[in-house]
Ligand binder design. Sequence first.
Ligand code: SAM
Length: 176
Amino acid sequence: MVRENEIRENEVAVEPPPAVDAGLVFIGRIETPWVLRLETPRQGRQDGPICIIEVVEPWEEALRGIERFQRLEILYWLDRSRRDLVLQSPASNGETHGTFSLRSPVRPNPIGTSIVILEKVEGARLFVKGLDCLDGTPLIDIKPDRCLFTPVAPPQKGDFETAHGPDDSPISQLMK
Ligand code: SAM
């Protein structure tokens, strides 16, 4: 499944439980060149076309400092997806895969994520490369790419726990 909401051979749909409101708030929209799923990239490429992420009020101020990061992680709501498949056949060849072993847009909570290159910021608009969503896709969140980001808040105890017990580095000793 994916292309146009059809069900393919061996795919399995379920009756999802009633939705419980998680309180998501869309913080903007994404403008892209793509209006048809069949033409949208399956995964964004960092040399792909420029797309515009537009943040709406009252969230514009939340962009302060964003220009310091060359790469951002974008979370978006794949609003035109069906949400009821547990088994999917992306290659349409009858071979099925569990939804959670795929990055298909069809999932119980259709959240898409991409790492994008930030080209420029103009007010509430971010010009980026690396997206793979339809024009008008709702925006859920923006975060600095975790590889570029060092936490601003001080470290806490759990930061020094390893699978083998406490880490004995000098900084972890200071935390005791
Ligand atoms: N990069 C994201 C990820 O891995 O979480 C999304 C990958 S998903 C395979 C990308 C595909 O989702 C596109 O090729 C298109 O078919 C579909 N898609 C994009 N925007 C959508 C939307 N707003 N609603 C439903 N499907 C969408």
